[in-house]
Write a protein that binds this ligand. Structure first.
Ligand code: SF4
Ligand code: SF4
Length: 90
């Protein structure tokens, strides 16, 4: 699974940047085509949902998704044979 911000829904309120315990959501810098500065994702593969959502059969943590007022955050299936980034945390 991988984390996605829906560009059509996000209004750049940055609430998600306040709640993530991993600080995966960071304030963005560049306006998109709609003039909205969306958050950027810092190593989103660290989110436990990207690795464990299938195993647990539910969303884990999920603070970002719960606080987003525009339902702009979701996880999508990886495409088969897509490269997967592995993060080793000290
Ligand atoms: S589910 Fe939790 S850890 Fe994952 S990106 Fe959202 S707030 Fe961060
Ligand atoms: S909380 Fe939702 S609408 Fe607000 S910046 Fe984050 S993804 Fe966008």
């Amino acid at each position: 699974m991988h984390l996605v911000i829906d560009e059509k829904r996000c209004k750049g309120c940055n609430l998600c940047t306040l709640v993530c315990p991993y600080r995966i959501f960071q304030p963005g810098h560049t306006p998109n085509e709609r003039g909205i500065v969306q958050p950027i994702l810092d190593r989103p593969e660290r989110c436990p949902n990207c690795r464990l959502q299938h195993l647990y059969g539910r969303v884990i943590c999920g603070y970002c998704q719960k606080i987003c007022p525009d339902q702009a955050i979701r996880w999508e299936e990886d495409t088969p044979l897509a490269r997967t980034k592995v993060v080793v945390e000290a």
